[in-house]
Design a protein around this ligand. Structure first.
Ligand SMILES: [Zn+2]
Length: 143
């Protein structure tokens, strides 16, 4: 059951400073850090940072675990019923994204990579297939 959104809706993406502070202070940052050693490095790299991409690689996007934290959702269970809808879940486990994940997996294996890979390798070595995966993710089926 979805609670009414606050008047301002979903909070806008945090500003740089805000993100930086959040990055340092939140324990949840450990997942972010497994993708990027630092915010600075992320900003300096030429990543295709779409809202969807941000949602998946950070916990600041429109995943259920994020909305739950802001009290917008009662729970953060993914509609696949396979667990909480964390970025990790979406990338490696969610069976609603099996098709998209299959494409990414194939591409990675074709380039002699292994699956499952690490978050770091997704960004450093497999950014192409990973971006395709993110871009083909329909967030409407995930709510
Ligand atoms: Zn799921």
């Amino acid at each position: 059951m979805q609670k009414k959104l606050p008047v301002s809706g979903v909070p806008p993406p945090p500003t740089h400073t805000h993100t930086d502070r959040q990055w340092e202070s939140t324990n949840k940052g450990s997942l972010c850090r497994s993708f990027f050693p630092s915010v600075e490095q992320r900003l300096q790299s030429n990543l295709p940072v779409s809202p969807e991409f941000t949602a998946i690689v950070s916990e600041h996007g429109k995943t259920k675990s994020y909305l739950h934290r802001f009290g917008i959702l009662d729970n953060q269970t993914c509609p696949c019923k396979g667990g909480d809808q964390t970025p990790e879940h979406l990338i490696y486990h969610c069976n609603l994204l099996e098709t998209q994940r299959g494409v990414m997996k194939q591409t990675i294996q074709k380039s002699r990579g292994t699956w499952p890979t690490t978050n770091k390798e997704l960004i450093t070595k497999y950014l192409g297939p990973f971006t395709t995966f993110v871009n083909s993710t329909d967030f409407n089926i995930l709510t």
